[in-house]
Design a protein around this ligand. Structure first.
Ligand SMILES: Nc1ncnc2c1ncn2[C@@H]1O[C@H](COP(=O)(O)OP(=O)(O)OP(=O)(O)O)[C@@H](O)[C@H]1O
Length: 321
């Protein structure tokens, strides 16, 4: 069953499309990572799902309800951490929890909730206006889980969190998924979604450029690998010889090591053969596959002047899984 579906969803501001023809499917039970660089359109998409913003074109359903026509039915079933959420500075953490419990008509195990998000009982007695950014974020996250919503919509939930806070969030997301909730988790940091999401959609310049599992994205992007070899003796002209090989895009030679970056991990044997054919012994070989950030870079482009163009390199065949 589908938790979120958008068809041709588009939002234009003047001549600029913040999102452009978005076809997104999030299944019930998914922990879905919605990733993309700054300005890609993540918040705009979430704001349409919540009916904070009306689309210029296309449609969106949340838990089977039309996001615009049945906004109340949607709100009753979801927990939301919006971008730039608001807490009440004068209320304490505990008062926020009680307030959210009353709004949802449930009694909340306050100690357990505070423990889940790493806020101490003492801190919970203080006005939220005295909290650090990370503490506010932790409390806000805890509040989204009150009433066991069917769907959690989290817009940049790791923003302002330290590494311990990120780990707590990831644990909380896993627990919510274990009880059967769907989680929609937007982030511009692919690493933060990697360990918890079963599927990921990558947005770039308002367009969905990939939607797949992390492994599938890695396979499709095939961002290559790096081969590092300890070599003796170092053959003359080996850098030029390696540079002529297909899929080799960078060669670095020192007294005893050669480092070769390839755009295709299948090129590794040819690289090693080339060194051997030049009369050298390869004493040791280390290979590193593309990091997730490189995978992300393979799908998105963000020039240093801050303007973005269309997606960098086209992803391979599979898009929608
Ligand atoms: N109200 C608005 N008026 C004009 N342009 C807007 C408005 N809201 C968003 N945009 C533009 O739409 C594009 C997408 O913005 P959006 O906030 O959805 O991106 P994002 O992926 O959430 O970015 P970030 O990671 O920085 O939060 C950006 O170019 C932004 O400037």
């Amino acid at each position: 069953m589908v938790a979120i579906e958008t068809n041709g969803l588009t939002k234009r501001y003047g001549d600029h499309a913040a999102i452009d023809g978005l076809d997104l499917t999030v299944n019930r039970g998914d922990v879905f990572g919605f990733v993309g660089p700054n300005g890609a359109g993540k918040s705009t998409t979430i704001n349409i799902l919540l009916d904070y913003v009306r689309p210029s074109d296309g449609s969106a359903t949340v838990l089977g309800f039309d996001a615009q026509e049945q906004r109340r039915a949607v709100r009753e079933r979801i927990g939301v951490l919006p971008d730039g959420y608001d807490l009440y500075d004068r209320l304490t953490g505990r008062e926020h929890i009680r307030f959210a419990g009353n709004m949802n008509g449930v009694s909340v195990d306050e100690a357990q909730l505070l423990d889940r998000v790493g806020v101490s009982i003492d801190d919970a007695e203080r006005p939220v206006g005295t909290y650090s950014t990370g503490m506010r974020q932790r409390l806000a996250l805890g509040l989204t889980t009150i009433g066991d919503p069917e769907l959690l919509l989290l817009d940049e939930p790791t923003s302002g969190l330290d590494p311990h806070g990120v780990a707590l969030l990831q644990q909380l997301v896993r627990e919510e998924a274990d009880r059967g909730a769907t989680v929609f988790f937007s982030s511009h940091v692919l690493d933060h979604v990697e360990s918890v999401c079963n599927r990921v959609g990558i947005l770039d310049d308002g367009r969905l450029v990939a939607m797949d599992t992390i492994e599938g994205l890695r396979d499709d992007a095939d961002s290559g690998s790096t081969v590092e070899m300890a070599v003796e003796p170092m053959p003359d002209g080996i850098d030029e010889a390696l540079a002529t090989l297909e899929a080799v895009h960078a060669v670095d030679v020192t007294d005893s090591t050669i480092t070769v970056s390839t755009t295709d991990s299948a090129a590794k044997p040819a690289v090693i053969d080339c060194v051997r054919d030049a009369g050298a012994r390869v004493a040791d070989v280390t290979t590193r596959e593309a990091t997730l950030e490189q995978v992300f870079d393979a799908y998105t482009t963000q020039p240093t002047d801050g303007r973005r163009t269309a997606a960098g390199r086209p992803p391979g065949g599979r898009r929608d899984r």
